[in-house]
Design a binder for this molecule. Sequence first.
Ligand SMILES: C[S@@+](CC[C@H](N)C(=O)[O-])C[C@H]1O[C@@H](n2cnc3c(N)ncnc32)[C@H](O)[C@@H]1O
Length: 495
Amino acid sequence: MRKRGVRSVLDVATGTGYHSVQLIEGGFDTVSADGSAEMLAQAFDNGVRYGGHILRVVQADWRWLNRDVHGEYDAIVCLGNSFTHLFEERDRRKALAEFYAMLKHDGVLILDQRNYDTMLDRGFSSKHTYYYGGEDVAVEPEHLDEGLCRMRYTFPDDSVYHLNMFPLRKDYTRRLMSEVGFQQIDTYGDFQHTYRDTEPDFFVHVAEKAYVANDEEKGYSAAVTTARSYYNSSDADTFYASVWGGEDIHVGLYERPDEPIPEASRRTVERMAGKLQLSRGSTVLDLGSGYGGSARYLAETYGCRMLALNLSEVENERNRALNAERGLTGAIEVVDGSFENIPYPDNSVDVVWSQDAFLHSGNREKVLDEVARVLRPGGQLIFTDPMATDGTPKAKLQPILERIHLDTMGSPGFYHDQLTRLGFNEGPDGGFEEHREQLPAHYGRVLEETKRQETNGLAEKVSSDYLDRMKTGLGNWVHGGKEGHLTWGIFHYVR
Ligand SMILES: C[S@@+](CC[C@H](N)C(=O)[O-])C[C@H]1O[C@@H](n2cnc3c(N)ncnc32)[C@H](O)[C@@H]1O
C-alpha cells in the first residue's frame, strides 16, 4: 500500500482491531468499521491498550456501507477471512459493489480468504504458518460441502466453539470481484505471487479499481484484447484445467477415437518435435504457449532453452507454478505479451514453435513478419493452427468466426503464400503435414468430455453460460470439420 501511495484506508472487518492498529502504526489514515458494536468496543479498547491509539470506529453493515460510512478511500481492507461470513450470493455481490463504490477512482481492495478449494477437493490440513489461533487451539472442519464449512475450535479448557462459513472458491471470489467492476485482480497464495494452488492456507486478492479502456490496454489490437480477456477469465482457466488436463490446449493426434485427450495432445508435441533437430543449446520461442506443457516437454526432453510468450497472465501464472514444481524455472522464461509484437531482437532464436494460437490474431501477416524477424537465418518455424480449407466460402465459417470474434481464419494456402513472401522454404516433409480428420475427432472428444464432466461437478465450478457457449462452439468445430470446411495440420518451414 505504501508503494502505491495509499494514505486513507477503510478497514471494513475491524474485529478486535488487529489490522487497524497495525495500519495506524504504519502511518495510514485509518477508519475502522465493523457490523458488530461489541467488536468495535473491544477494538477501541485494544487501540488504547496497544499503543495509545484512538480508533475511529463506525458500526456499519457492508451491504449498506455507503449509507453509514462517508468519504472515499485509497484502500479498503477486508481481512481475517471475513468475507466468508456472507451466505447469500446477492449479499456478497452487494458488499463488493459497496466496497468498489467507496474507493477512489484508482483505489485498491485487499481481501483475504481461506483456501477452501483445497479443503473441498483434497481435505483439510493447515501449515499454521500465517493465520493461527494459538498453540493450544485445535481447529478442524466438522462439516464441509460446497455450501457450508462448519469449523470446530477446541480450547485447552475443553470449551468448544463453532463457526459457520461459506466456502468461497478462489476463482468464484475473483469472478464476483470482476463482475462488480474490478478489472485487474491479483491473487497471492500465502503472500507469494507464484504458488501451487493446493499449497497455500490463505489467498489474498488485490483488486484494482483503476479502469483501463480496451484500446489503451498495452497497445493490444481489438482481437488480441478479446483473446486476452477470454483466456484470463476464471471460467476459461477452470475449464481448460479440468477438461484438457491443465497442461496443453491444442488438437491431439488420436490413434483411437476414445483416447484420453492428454495422451493424444502429447502425441502432437512429440510429432512436431520429431521434425526438428533440437539440441541442448537450441533456443526455442513458443508463441501462445498457454500453460506451457510443450515448453516443459521440450526443456525436459531436449534440454532446450525455452522462451514462452503468451498473452494471458492467468495462464502464465499457472505455467510458472508448474515449471517451479518440476524444477524448470531456470530453463523456461515465461513472458507476458503478444506475438503480434514479439519482445525479442532480430535473429535471436533458433526455432519458433506455436500450437493453435495464430487463429486468435486479427493480423496473421504481422505475426509471420514478426516470426521472420526474430528467427535467425536457417532457423526453423514449426506450428499448427485450426484453419479453413482453401476455397471455403466465408459464410460457411460464420458461426465459428462469430464465436472467436474474428473476421478471418488462416488456411494452408494462406500460410504457404505468406511464408513464401517472407523467403521461407518448405521443410523436408513438404512444408505442411495435413491431419484434417483430427480436428473433428479432437473437438468431438472435448465435447464428450465436457458433457461428462458437466454432470460430475464441472457445472459447479464453471458458469452455465460459459458451458453452453462452449458446447455450441465445439459443435460448430465438429460440424465444420466433418463438412470439410476446416482443417488442421503441422507446418514446418525453414528460413
Ligand atoms: C488454444 S491455446 C494454445 C496454448 C498452447 N499453445 C498449447 O498448445 O497448449 C491458444 C493460446 O494462445 C494465446 N494467445 C492468443 N493470442 C495471443 C497473442 N496475440 N499473443 C500471445 N499469445 C496469444 C492464448 O493466451 C492461449 O493460451
